[in-house]
Write a protein that binds this ligand. Structure first.
Ligand SMILES: CC(C)(COP(=O)(O)OP(=O)(O)OC[C@H]1O[C@@H](n2cnc3c(N)ncnc32)[C@H](O)[C@@H]1OP(=O)(O)O)[C@@H](O)C(=O)NCCC(=O)NCCS
Length: 168
């Protein structure tokens, strides 16, 4: 597995993979909590172009897309990690751990001292997965962006986001 900065030709496949992993199949799918798309191509293109966030494609040695992740440098060496996803057909096989570890190495080599993530509080098995990777709840809780239709349609009214962080 290699983690490379995604080029614009890969963004459509990344959108498809992210939406399938978050809102379709897979052992951590959030389809019971939110329907619709996690991201659309226009939004991902904007994210990739904004100059602050790096979108990575994880590929095999034939350049097939296995998964993705994004990193945003922030103040005081605290980087934000988001959109970690693995093609559901090859989940539960160590790919998610490998992509996360590679993203953490990239962040550390580029000045990060910690990585922060934001996870829907109701996703217990996913939070446990991050905790086994060394992430700890910071205590910060944010409201789910109910007013942002670009992240899908929430299926319940009590969704909140918890913040987790890991020192590098
Ligand atoms: C979260 C995600 C990236 C994990 O990737 P993955 O390739 O499936 O995970 P890995 O194979 O690397 O991890 C395997 C670990 O999960 C555990 N696991 C696998 N299937 C499981 C299941 N059905 N229930 C609970 N734990 C499970 C394994 O036992 C193993 O445990 P370990 O942590 O003790 O080693 C992937 O499921 C995904 O794309 N989810 C959808 C997108 C998403 O929600 N991203 C995170 C946003 S914050």
């Amino acid at each position: 597995m290699q983690l490379i900065k995604a080029n614009s030709n890969q963004l459509a496949d990344i959108v498809q993979l992210v939406n399938h992993a978050y809102r379709g199949a897979g052992w951590t799918s959030e389809a019971e909590l939110i329907s619709g798309q996690r991201v659309d191509l226009e939004t991902l293109q904007d994210i990739a172009d904004n100059g602050n966030t790096i979108v990575f494609a994880a590929t095999d040695n034939r350049e097939a897309l296995l998964g993705c992740v994004s990193l945003s440098p922030a103040d005081k060496g605290e980087w934000y990690l988001s959109m970690l996803a693995v093609n559901p057909a090859i989940q539960e096989n160590g790919k998610g751990k490998a992509i996360l570890a590679a993203a953490e190495i990239y962040a550390r080599e580029h000045g990060a001292t910690s990585v922060k993530i934001s996870v829907i509080q109701q996703r217990d098995s996913l939070i446990a997965w991050y905790e086994r990777r060394g992430y700890r709840r910071t205590g910060a809780i944010k409201p789910f962006p109910y007013d942002d239709p670009s992240v899908g349609t929430p299926l319940r009214g009590d969704l909140t986001l918890v913040s987790l962080s890991k020192p590098l």
